[in-house]
Design a protein around this ligand. Structure first.
Ligand code: HEM
Length: 454
């Protein structure tokens, strides 16, 4: 036995267990990020909670985050309750599946989201953005968040189905909003009531809208055997498993739903916070606009231009640090005993990793609450950020499948927007307050002042 195991208590520090952890569950529900941040301040990098029948471990150090997500990946599954809630909309897609089924799905889908494949979507991202920008009315109270939601919805509908239907898109946006709010509440209940329960009307209708949208698009494509486009649905239709079989109808529906849902909500949240950060930091915004002028001279950007816009990229990375659209990764459950940070976690432990807190740690980010894009600017000579300290897309084998797609989309939209408009806070409105609703959104819909750039 080593000295370490002799002196280490068997459980990491944490609040005493009272009432099966009900007070802690209540605190998580009221203010998830605030509560966990307080725990880290009081107890350190590894914090233990007793929540009902779970031993709940929180890890806040980048090294342990990587140890878990990368090295210990095989010994983790996602928390069953969260997956149950997600499965109501996503079915058995790559986001929901575990084990060999997940590995098979991920291997099949991954090539379709590689940087080269994603580049092919850049022209349609640019076209969708130019069309949206042409319809915007500048003024002091522009509905920025709803414009970003509509635009990212438009981009995903065109990328996935080669479709552009704003009325359907708007209905779907409302349904996604309803599902996110309901989903967040349901996570804290041990089970969901059946969909036929009278108080489930909202969820039932929202799911029907989304399911109708996806199944309608699948039927439309089946009726177009000569379709020549290269959208994501076409990529899904061409997939074959090792035995040469295509995806079944339900599997197609499920993967489409996940790409649709995961593919626009998060990007809309990122662009919303990017808009706020630009509006609140006019010097950073001016520098980004000057860089765009110098590199593009007024022409529309392409995917190949994005690496030549280091300041714009640094601003986007800093936004994803301060306001990660997914500030809490899906909680994991260990399926085998794990040795992490000097503790033994028994099989069945709940593991919580929270980029929303890790990314605001002053040990890795000086003045962590401040918007300082230079931390990510290679030319600034800023201290290197440890791996695992910036993880808006997660890490390890289950890292976001759409990260290239998202960064290309956000970069192009940001560039086109700043070429035409200047952003400023709406007069008399307070700074937006972030709230966790599966994705991180302002408590009130963000409005900004939009001025045409001279
Ligand atoms: C700024 C935008 C985005 C952010 C911040 C984001 C974030 C994330 C994160 C953190 C995860 C991992 C969750 C976990 O480990 O618990 C994830 C998974 C995933 N994301 Fe994204 N995402 C974004 C955009 C997209 C887009 C555009 C797509 C598709 C077009 C997408 C598709 C997926 C899928 C399919 C998974 C599940 C992967 C798996 O389990 O193997 N995401 N995303």
């Amino acid at each position: 036995m080593t000295t370490d195991t002799l002196t280490r208590p068997t459980l990491p520090p944490g609040p005493p267990c009272r009432w099966l952890g009900l007070p802690e569950l209540g605190a998580l529900r009221r203010d998830y990020l605030g509560f966990l941040s307080g725990l880290q301040r009081r107890h350190g990098d590894i914090v233990h909670l007793r929540l009902m029948h779970y031993r709940d471990y929180n890890f806040f150090h980048p090294e342990q985050v990587r140890e878990l997500l990368v090295a210990a990946h095989e010994g983790l599954i996602r928390w069953e309750r969260a997956i149950e809630v997600f499965a109501a909309a996503h079915g058995q897609s790559v986001l929901v599946a575990e084990g060999p089924a997940w590995k098979r799905q991920r291997q099949m889908l991954q090539p379709g989201f590689a940087p080269k494949r994603v580049e092919a979507f850049a022209p349609l991202m640019v076209a969708a953005t130019e069309q949206a920008l042409a319809g915007w009315q500048s003024g002091p109270e522009f509905g920025f968040e709803s414009a970003m939601t509509q635009l990212t919805m438009e981009v995903i509908l065109r990328s996935l189905f080669s479709r552009s239907d704003t009325a359907e898109g708007r209905r779907a946006a409302d349904a996604v909003h309803a599902i996110s709010l309901i989903g967040m509440q349901e996570m804290f209940w041990p089970a969901s009531a059946p969909l036929w329960a009278p108080w489930k009307t909202g969820k039932r209708r929202a799911l029907q809208t989304l399911d109708g949208l996806i199944r309608g698009e699948l039927a439309r494509r089946r009726a177009m055997p000569d379709f020549q486009g290269e959208d994501l649905l076409q990529m899904l239709l061409q997939l074959r498993d090792p035995q040469g079989r295509p995806l079944g109808e339900q599997a197609l529906r499920d993967e489409c739903m996940t790409i649709f849902l995961a593919g626009h909500e998060t990007s809309a949240a990122a662009l919303t916070w990017w808009g706020w950060c630009m509006a609140a930091h006019p010097e950073a915004q001016r520098r980004a606009a000057d860089e765009l002028h110098a590199v593009l001279g007024g022409r529309a950007p392409s995917a190949a231009d994005l690496p030549r816009l280091p300041w714009l990229q640094a601003c986007i990375k800093e936004v994803l640090r301060l306001y990660p659209p997914a500030p809490a990764l899906l909680s994991r459950i260990s399926t085998v005993p794990l040795q992490i940070g000097g503790y033994t976690l028994p099989a069945g432990s709940m593991i919580r990793l929270t980029p929303g807190i890790i990314q605001r740690d002053p040990r890795w980010f000086e003045e962590p609450e401040a918007f300082r894009p230079e931390r990510f600017d290679p030319a600034s000579g800023h201290a290197e950020i440890p791996r695992g300290a910036w993880l808006p897309f997660g890490a390890g084998p289950r890292v976001c499948l759409g990260s290239h797609f998202a960064l290309t989309e956000i970069g192009l939209i940001a560039a086109l927007l700043l070429q035409r408009y200047e952003l400023a806070p709406a007069p008399g409105r307070p700074a937006p307050i972030p709230a966790l609703r599966i994705t991180l959104r302002p408590t009130e819909p963000l409005r900004l002042t939009l001025r045409p750039r001279g």
